[in-house]
Design a protein around this ligand. Structure first.
Ligand SMILES: *[C@@H]1O[C@H](CO)[C@@H](O)[C@H](O)[C@H]1NC(C)=O
Ligand SMILES: *[C@@H]1O[C@H](CO)[C@@H](O)[C@H](O)[C@H]1NC(C)=O
Ligand SMILES: *[C@@H]1O[C@H](CO)[C@@H](O)[C@H](O)[C@H]1NC(C)=O
Ligand SMILES: *[C@@H]1O[C@H](CO)[C@@H](O)[C@H](O)[C@H]1NC(C)=O
Ligand SMILES: *[C@@H]1O[C@H](CO)[C@@H](O)[C@H](O)[C@H]1NC(C)=O
Ligand SMILES: *[C@@H]1O[C@H](CO)[C@@H](O)[C@H](O)[C@H]1NC(C)=O
Ligand SMILES: *[C@@H]1O[C@H](CO)[C@@H](O)[C@H](O)[C@H]1NC(C)=O
Length: 690
């Protein structure tokens, strides 16, 4: 038996390390036993048993996923499973090849039920329990949705140009109807390929695993007894030349797909398939940028709010990205001559550290992370006196949350879906910005993880003491690939979407436009902080996973939130008027924020920049783009109602291309955002000096 060399290298390295440093046995690597926060019964989470098959209920369930609408409320809001919008009610499944509406204030895909599939054979109405659709399985890249009352199963695989449907047990009579008019319907001689032309200029191809003779009317086609698999795809632009492509790949269908972080900065997809031949799937623009090795059908395009999707052949994909550095201190360093100014600000900022008055998990997290920054800046600019003061503050501030005896809030474990909720959130779906229904976990916990990583660095004894809790907080949103010490009571990744390649903040609530995320910079912060936790505990594995997800989140932010002039993904008017998306939804791009109107562009800038840490430099690595964003946001600073605290972020970004003017403006500031300090702002701008 031969183990891979790298395994041995790792083993011998760690043995050497433990011998060399006796202390390392306690600080090195992950905790030996996973820590579980005290359990609670939430009164506000929905009951997953309404939609998930019973065999899935004993494991943690997805709370921020691409199919979340199917399992909350009535389960009948549509979801975007590229390239189709899909809506399921208890008795039928409708799908839409959406068209894009775009103006200067929003971009949205419109759902029109182009085709609706159902069965003419219903189970008896008395089978009430079976009336709802069921999720019978799910994976990173797919969800399998059953209509038990109709004997139909749908393999909904992301990026599949074919919608795949199967009769579950016995044979069934199929019905495919449309709200449009069927202009023509034809079947080939084998009766396994059929063409539906609609009066909205769409052409749909229908493939069946066995011959079927359909009858049709102007709005419906129906089959006789059928017990196999059917696949339906729209012909891109109704162009005949692509019919051969769909023909060729129609007989191989994916039923599930996994995403694996096998190595740092490398993500692999592998689909489980049935039928004959190779898989044809569609890649979005970021896939296209990272994909290596597969045959790409460049002309074979489907339109999408996320940019054109192109055909890719293969049963697995490899996505490779450029490594990014994860550091405690500024990447390029700061010139010594600026130290005194930073130290003077630091002194005053450290003096402001008293007790934290807010019980909100978000604002509390922001305040501890803000304090933690001061210790790292003190290290960098040579002011060690501040470090023990910050350490003491951090320890006192995070301890009650980690010990579970903070009287005003705390972290608890909720078993129905499998994750943390706050004490306040366990009885309210709005407290802590909906943390109790799984909104924003990576944002809030990211700040806590950041603070604890810094505490572990500057106060190793506290680091050792709270390591189990620190890992448990991190694993609530990033449990992926932790190997033997992964947590069986959390899902793999809560917020990160392995297909879209960024996170979703919205949790267990139905939304017409699917999941959403506002702040990409706070999402980056969550994975960056997890990587820092890895650095603090000398856990290389954790560091690599955190940095890989941070790198993907950054690329996604640059692809879909950062809007370049002339970008044609979102339409001319939208890209002329906007440099940043406000809230990105699966099915919409909004210019509003949850807390501010579209005109408050400085807020839109701020929420995509905060908190400023070394990783911000990678997120805004393009100084020309930063200049465009600042010029777009500056005028809004004079709007009445807009707090002057947002200036922090405008000037921070200005620092990337003009640090002298940014410093001059920063010196005049009289107030700062609650997660920001003068010392951090000066530190950041000086770190941008070129
Ligand atoms: C489900 O959708 C179909 C097609 O739109 C409709 O005819 C049916 O009444 C709906 N059923 C329910 C329970 O809403
Ligand atoms: C853009 O379209 C949306 C939806 O149709 C509409 O509500 C909004 O007023 C439009 N905005 C502008 C600036 O035209
Ligand atoms: C399905 O429905 C059709 C039409 O209502 C009926 O003729 C046929 O016998 C049914 N088949 C089964 C298996 O129930
Ligand atoms: C297509 O048919 C539908 C349903 O009859 C009708 O409402 C619609 O106006 C028609 N569209 C066109 C472009 O003719
Ligand atoms: C909180 O719990 C910890 C650990 O059990 C204990 O050391 C600490 O004294 C407690 N703090 C308070 C305020 O009760
Ligand atoms: C969620 O679903 C309910 C029931 O269908 C509906 O009344 C509500 O408007 C939906 N909420 C959102 C935000 O779409
Ligand atoms: C920086 O800003 C100042 C003040 O607005 C301006 O005079 C200077 O030319 C700018 N420098 C660069 C490199 O853009």
């Amino acid at each position: 038996m031969a183990l891979p060399t790298s395994f041995w290298l790792f083993l011998s390295f760690s043995l050497w390390y433990c011998n060399a440093l006796a202390l390392a046995t306690t600080t090195h690597g992950p905790p030996t036993t996973p820590f579980l926060f005290p359990e609670t019964k939430s009164t506000v989470v929905p009951n997953p048993a309404r939609f998930f098959s019973s065999h899935l209920l004993s494991s943690p369930l997805p709370t921020n996923s691409f199919f979340q609408n199917f399992v909350v409320s009535n389960g009948d809001d549509h979801e975007y499973i590229h390239p189709y919008l899909i809506k399921s009610n208890s008795s039928s499944l409708s799908f839409s090849y959406p068209f894009l509406l775009s103006n200067s204030s929003m971009v949205q895909q419109i759902f029109v039920p182009d085709l609706t599939i159902t069965s003419l054979n219903k189970t008896t109405p008395s089978a009430i329990l079976n009336k709802r659709h069921r999720i019978s399985s799910f994976s990173d890249l797919s969800v399998t949705l059953d209509l038990p009352s109709n004997n139909l199963r749908f393999y909904l695989v992301r990026g599949s140009p074919f919608l795949t449907c199967k009769a579950i047990t016995r044979s069934t009579y199929l019905s495919i109807s449309t709200i449009h008019d069927i202009l023509s319907f034809s079947s080939d001689a084998s009766l396994t390929k059929h063409i539906i032309k609609l009066n909205n200029s769409q052409t749909w191809l229908l493939y069946t695993s066995a011959p079927i003779r359909f009858t049709h009317s102007v709005s419906q086609i129906t089959s006789r007894e059928f017990s196999g698999v059917i696949r339906i795809a729209i012909l891109p632009n109704s162009e005949r030349k692509y019919e051969a492509v769909l023909d060729k790949y129609s007989s191989c269908y994916p039923i599930s797909g996994d995403a694996k972080l096998s190595e740092p900065f490398r993500l692999e997809y592998k689909w489980e398939k049935k039928g004959r031949g190779k898989l044809l799937l569609l890649a979005h623009p970021l896939h296209r940028q990272l994909l290596s090795g597969n045959i790409v059908l460049e002309g074979f395009k489907y339109k999408s709010i996320d940019g054109d999707l192109v055909g890719v052949i293969g049963d697995s994909w490899v996505l490779k990205l450029e490594p990014i550095p994860v550091t405690w201190h500024s990447i390029a360093g700061i010139r010594k001559e600026h130290f005194p100014e930073i130290v003077s600000a630091l002194r005053k900022d450290v003096d402001t550290l008293t007790t934290i008055s807010t019980p909100s998990s978000y604002f509390y997290g922001k305040e501890v992370a803000r304090a933690a920054r001061l210790a790292l800046i003190a290290e960098e600019v040579g002011y060690p006196k501040a470090i023990p003061v910050v350490a003491k503050f951090l320890k006192n501030a995070v301890q009650p949350w980690l010990d579970g005896n903070y009287s005003r809030n705390g972290f608890l474990y909720e078993r129905k879906w499998g994750g943390l909720v706050t004490k306040l959130g366990s009885t309210s779906s709005t407290e802590d910005f909906g943390f109790g229904i799984y909104h924003d976990h990576h944002f809030h916990l990211g700040y806590f993880v950041y603070a604890i990583a810094v505490l572990a660095k500057i106060d190793p004894a506290s680091g050792r003491q709270y390591k189990p809790q620190a890992y448990s907080l991190m694993a609530d949103y990033m449990n992926v690939g932790l190997g033997s010490y992964s947590y069986s009571y959390y899902p793999q990744v809560r917020c990160f979407d392995p297909w879209k390649l960024h996170s979703w903040a919205a949790g267990l609530q139905n939304y017409t436009d699917g999941r959403n995320q506002e702040s990409t910079s706070e999402a980056v912060n969550a994975y960056y902080s997890a990587a820092l936790l890895g650095l603090a505990y000398k856990d290389n594995h954790l560091k690599r996973i955190g940095s890989t997800l941070a790198a993907l989140e950054i690329l996604s932010a640059q692809t879909w939130w950062h809007v370049r002039e002339g970008n044609d993904m979102y339409g001319k008017e939208f890209s002329r008027k906007n440099r940043l998306v406000g809230i990105l939804w699966a099915n919409m791009r909004d210019t509003k924020l949850w807390f501010a109107p579209a005109e408050w562009t400085a807020c839109r800038l701020g929420i995509q920049v905060l908190p400023m840490t070394p990783i911000t430099e990678i997120l805004f690595s393009n100084a020309e783009f930063a200049r465009d964003v600042v010029n777009w946001a500056l005028p809004s600073l004079s709007l009445s109602g807009l707090s002057g605290r947002w200036k922090d972020f405008v000037y921070a970004l200005e620092g990337t291309y003009n640090y002298t003017s940014a410093i001059a403006k920063t010196r005049k500031l009289t107030e700062h955002d609650d997660g920001s300090t003068l010392a951090n702002l000066l530190w950041w701008i000086y770190s941008q000096e070129r």
